[in-house]
Write a protein that binds this ligand. Structure first.
Ligand code: MN
Length: 286
């Protein structure tokens, strides 16, 4: 099987605060909202950080989204969510919240009240997944995916959690609008795995911590992302130290991307419409 070769390795820019709760590295850097990372749009990673006990949970208050999905993966601590479609929930380590903004939603994202009171370490990732033109008007949705519902594939020196997509016969629990793999991978030092992927799909390997040799040739360090050529059907990994990473791949949505703040549409006209809808209160009430 031909391997997918690395097209580029990008370093994360400096982290920035989202509200007062999440100091995030925008890992896709200049490739965010470009078709070379399709069907994904951007990825923020908040590395482990200790928070003091507080009666007022840190986080980000009510804001809108339209035209895509947000996928939040918690590694440490707890994240609490509430949205204008009437959904709410608290997710903890290993849990995933997959929110479809679709035609428009308002939500807020905080450390959970209980976890904020106790204080402690929080780390998480938020991935934005694009919707194709035909699904940008989909009804808002919320998938609360518990760690216990995510199948694990164990191998020599690590494990892979299939959040979305399929690894052989093992299928992930997330419903997606287009075909994609979102795999959460943990490797011990020396752990090795070969990942089977579709020939023709973009593939992206964000390394949150550790250091991984890819295809026996190139090292990808912590806070770096490897972007792969679409051709080729597999990627081989060997961890040089304990590592936490994601593998993202899928059928590309080769449509124009118009992105402005929390809205991701196909044209600037649609962006202006989204801003009007938000101002007119058409994305609901929270
Ligand atoms: Mn948000």
């Amino acid at each position: 099987m031909a391997m997918k070769s690395i097209a580029k390795v990008v370093a994360s820019p400096q982290p920035h605060w989202v509200g007062d709760g999440f100091l995030v590295h925008p890992l896709f850097a200049d490739h965010a909202f470009q078709n070379d990372v399709s069907p994904f749009l951007m990825l923020d990673y908040a590395a482990p950080r200790a928070f003091k006990p507080s009666a007022k949970p840190p986080g980000v208050g009510v804001h809108p989204h339209k035209g895509f999905e947000t996928v939040t993966i918690v590694y440490n601590g707890e994240v609490e969510h509430r949205d204008s479609a009437g959904n709410s929930g608290v997710i903890g380590p290993g849990d995933v919240q997959w929110m479809t903004a679709g035609r428009g939603i308002l939500h807020e994202e905080f450390h959970s009240r209980e976890a904020a009171k106790r204080g402690g370490v929080v780390s998480m990732a938020q991935l934005w997944v694009n919707l194709p033109r035909r699904d940008k008007g989909a009804a808002p949705g919320y998938q609360d995916i518990r760690d216990s519902a995510i199948p694990r594939i164990k191998f020599d020196g690590g494990e892979l959690r299939v959040i979305a997509g399929a690894h052989g016969d093992v299928k992930g629990p997330a419903h997606t609008f287009t075909r994609m793999n979102v795999w959460d991978i943990r490797l011990d030092a020396g752990g090795r795995v070969t990942l089977p992927l579709h020939d023709g799909d973009p593939a992206i390997l964000p390394v949150f911590s550790g250091r991984v040799a890819v295809n026996g040739e190139r090292l990808v360090e912590s806070s770096h992302v490897a972007l792969f050529e679409r051709a080729g059907g597999a990627i081989a990994l060997e961890a040089k130290e304990a590592s936490q990473l994601l593998l993202l791949s899928g059928e590309p949505i080769d449509e124009p991307i118009a992105a402005y703040g929390p809205f991701v549409m196909n044209t600037q006209v649609e962006i202006r419409q989204a801003m009007e809808e938000f101002r007119a209160g058409k994305m609901g009430v929270l």
